[in-house]
Design a protein around this ligand. Structure first.
Ligand SMILES: [Zn+2]
Length: 252
């Protein structure tokens, strides 16, 4: 099993990280840990060194930070990603987040910095992990303009079925997280996306299926069970295929 996207680097895990990783390691091949800012990118790389061979890293720039940060911080984040490009599996999470009303200049900065990172991914031949909220079709149209990017993952995809199908037609990956357990929209998307284009993740510590507790990689089993029920494909088959996809897309 592989958790293809989580944030074990976040402070929420400072007290529990080691024991969670120890437990997860018994059953999982890898966890892919994602950065969202300079600090969390550094932490993720540090964890990759500590849990060598098990924890993998993607460095990113969360669109909400990208929209708010000043130019200097933004340049430093992009430079950090470039400086560590050979030590990371992908660039992400990056993207667009329109889930709240945001001022015009913030949206403009999100766009500019997203484009900048897509250029970097193209130039250095790195896959990308997309965080997109309420702008899925828009982000898809932007990413299509960068055919040099080797692989695209829509992490925790929550867009429409039409956009999911279009992403699949482009050869992109659509990743389902534990929030897919409770939603009709995700159910439709799970039906529409073939296993060959599917990844599974938890996005820990977010999207916990257990009220009051932070999410953790082992909960990915519940996502797989949801896919099993929805697609009528066996757990083993889903596990095998999504694992193969994660290994391929991240070059693990
Ligand atoms: Zn995430």
């Amino acid at each position: 099993m592989i958790d293809s996207h989580c944030h074990l680097n976040f402070v929420e895990f400072d007290k529990t990280r080691d024991s969670i990783i120890e437990e997860t390691r018994k059953e999982f091949k890898y966890v892919v840990d994602s950065g969202a800012s300079i600090e969390s990118n550094s932490k993720s790389l540090e964890l990759k060194k500590k849990y060598d061979g098990f924890l993998k890293t993607t460095m990113g720039y969360h669109p909400v930070y990208a929209g708010r940060n000043d130019e200097e911080t933004s340049n430093r984040t992009v430079q950090q990603i470039i400086d560590n490009i050979d030590d990371i599996e992908a660039i992400g999470e990056i993207g667009l987040d329109f889930s709240e009303d945001r001022p015009e200049d913030e949206l403009k900065r999100q766009h500019n910095r997203f484009h900048r990172l897509l250029e970097v991914a193209s130039e250095y031949d790195k896959p990308i992990v997309l965080h997109v909220r309420d702008a899925e079709k828009h982000a898809l149209d932007i990413v299509k303009k960068y055919p040099g990017i080797p692989d695209v993952i829509f992490h925790c995809f929550s867009g429409t079925k039409t956009t999911a199908v279009e992403a699949v037609d482009c050869g992109y990956y659509v990743s389902f997280a534990t929030n897919a357990l409770f939603s009709k929209k995700h159910k439709k998307n799970i039906k529409a996306v073939p296993l060959e284009n599917m990844l599974t993740e938890t996005d820990s510590p977010y999207l916990s299926p257990v009220k009051g507790e932070p999410n953790e990689p082992l909960n990915i089993k519940m996502t797989i069970e949801r896919i099993e029920r929805t697609k009528k494909i066996s757990f083993e088959e889903i596990e095998k295929e999504t694992e193969k996809n994660a290994i391929r897309v991240y070059n693990l």
